[in-house]
Design a protein around this ligand. Structure first.
Ligand code: NDP
Length: 449
């Protein structure tokens, strides 16, 4: 264990998520530190793991019965060396300062990889929007923003959406900021299309994942056309990953939700995807209803007593985990490798366990980690900031072209960096080192601050 992780464990013993995030990055960037011993004298790593600023605040609000409730709000502004802090908000009961420090730390490097001028931050609250009325969510968001507004601004910190923070929450947060600041500025991203939002924002993460996958396959002289693909999840990332795979001629065999997964040997085509979108986005239905509509297909109920997920057992060429953290364990990874999958491209955040990642890296498959592959969302959020500042609305085609370019560049950076550090084709090493190097070089250039 490196000194920096030891020091964090000593000073903040309860921040386990943060220790893990730092240990993970440090293990990959050691070759950079070995190459540049002068970084140690400048304590670049020690400075990186200390947030530039963490704000923790009280969020009182009144529920529909007249009872006052109190939640806790957070914003961890980790590093602004490359540009204004940028990173999403999460509203979920499980969060803590440690969660946001870990997420903000990872966000610095993901944002750096996009080559766009954005620093890293994350924030949110232990508020649970599920089960709350619109009025309760609005009152909570207004109270949350009453404090957060003191810490953000178009040149300072630009939060975006995230888990539990969708268009409804962004609307209430932006409205509260606009009233307080008396400006309609680029201070929040993920806005509605009629009030400053960007085209393709909704699709950006999923489309970006598939653009990265296409680039990775091209290194082995393959294209997505005709490839059999396993996709997990049925939410925003999964839906748009499937949409782009279909557009590029791939055949999607599976999708899932927390109750189970569907298998369609004929492939989920555009019409069937439209059914799933209506089912999940408008009717809040379950994926099992797919087999009622398309009777030649199968539904497999989730069985948590199993030590593996049978979705990953199906014979395929490519796998796109787009549901949740840790959804691919060591056994699933072994199954994927043994069944001849050629590419695993992550849509979700950290869907593969550390053991699963080791199995992928020891095999011959292309393994594309989320640090690189799902950066399309934050890239388009940054382009939303650019459009707001220029008072412009780019067309969907223009934004999509820029997204494709960003993902292509990320792919090249990962490949070139991994080759430079002696592990050609190792996208994990390439992504971590490329992001880290851009950040520490900028810190070096800007002096001791
Ligand atoms: P959504 O909430 O829209 O969808 C998640 C989907 O995955 C739901 O269908 C959910 O099922 C399903 N799911 C959740 N857990 C499991 C599980 N254990 N097994 C099978 N299915 C499961 O989320 P998003 O699509 O927005 O996000 C998915 C992942 O991508 C998350 O890790 C998120 O952090 C990450 N991400 C998202 C970005 C974005 O722009 N949206 C950007 C970058 C990362 P159910 O319908 O039953 O709830």
């Amino acid at each position: 264990m490196t000194d920096v992780v030891k020091r964090l464990k000593h000073s903040d013993p309860h921040e386990k998520e943060f220790h893990q995030a730092v240990a993970e990055i440090v293990s990959w960037v050691k070759p950079v530190l070995d190459r540049r011993p002068d970084f140690a004298q400048q304590a670049l790593l020690e400075r990186l793991v200390e947030p530039e600023r963490s704000v923790v605040f009280r969020v009182p609000w009144m529920d529909d019965s007249g009872q006052v409730q109190v939640n806790r709000g957070y914003r961890v502004e980790m590093n602004s060396v490359l540009g204004p802090y940028k990173g999403g908000l999460r509203f979920h009961p499980s969060v803590s300062l440690s969660t946001f420090k870990a997420l903000a730390f990872e966000q610095i490097f993901k944002n750096a990889l996009t080559m766009l001028p954005i620093g890293g931050a994350r924030g949110g609250s232990d508020f649970e929007p599920k089960g709350k009325s619109d009025n309760e969510v609005m009152r909570f968001c207004q109270s949350f923003m009453a404090e957060l507004a003191h810490h953000i601004g178009p040149d300072i910190d630009v939060p975006g959406g995230g888990m539990g923070v969708g268009l409804r929450e962004i609307g209430y947060l932006f409205g509260a900021y606009r009233k307080q600041s008396r400006e309609h500025s680029a201070v929040i991203t993920g806005k509605g299309l009629d009030w400053g939002g960007s085209q393709i924002r909704l699709q950006s993460t999923g489309y970006g994942v598939v653009y990265f996958a296409a680039e990775a396959l091209s290194t082995r002289n393959r294209a997505l056309e005709g490839q059999r693909c396993l996709v997990s999840g049925a939410g925003n990332v999964a839906q748009h990953t499937v949409e782009k795979i279909i557009a590029l001629g791939g055949k999607v065999l599976t999708m899932s939700d927390t109750s189970g997964f569907i298998f369609d040997e004929e492939g989920i085509d555009a019409g069937k995807l439209a059914f799933i979108k209506r089912l999940k986005n408008m009717k809040r239905g379950r994926i099992r209803e797919y087999v009622d509509k398309y009777s030649e297909t199968q539904y497999v109920e989730a069985d948590h007593s199993l030590d593996h997920n049978p979705l990953w057992n199906h014979k395929a060429d490519c796998a796109f985990p787009c549901a949740a953290e840790n959804e691919i364990n060591a056994r699933d990874a072994t199954n994927l490798v043994n069944s001849g999958v050629k590419l695993v491209c992550e849509g979700a955040d950290l869907p593969s366990t550390p053991e699963a990642i080791d199995i992928f890296l020891d095999s011959d498959i292309l393994y594309a980690p989320c640090t690189a592959t799902n950066a399309g969302g934050v890239a388009i959020a940054s382009l939303e900031m650019s459009q707001n500042r220029m008072l412009l609305n780019w067309s969907a085609q223009e934004v999509d072209t820029r997204l494709k370019t960003v993902m292509k560049n990320i792919h090249h950076q990962c490949l070139d960096t991994a080759a430079d550090y002696g592990q050609p084709g190792n996208y994990v090493m390439g992504a971590n080192i490329a992001g880290f190097t851009r950040v520490v070089n900028a810190m070096w250039d800007q002096g001791l601050i």
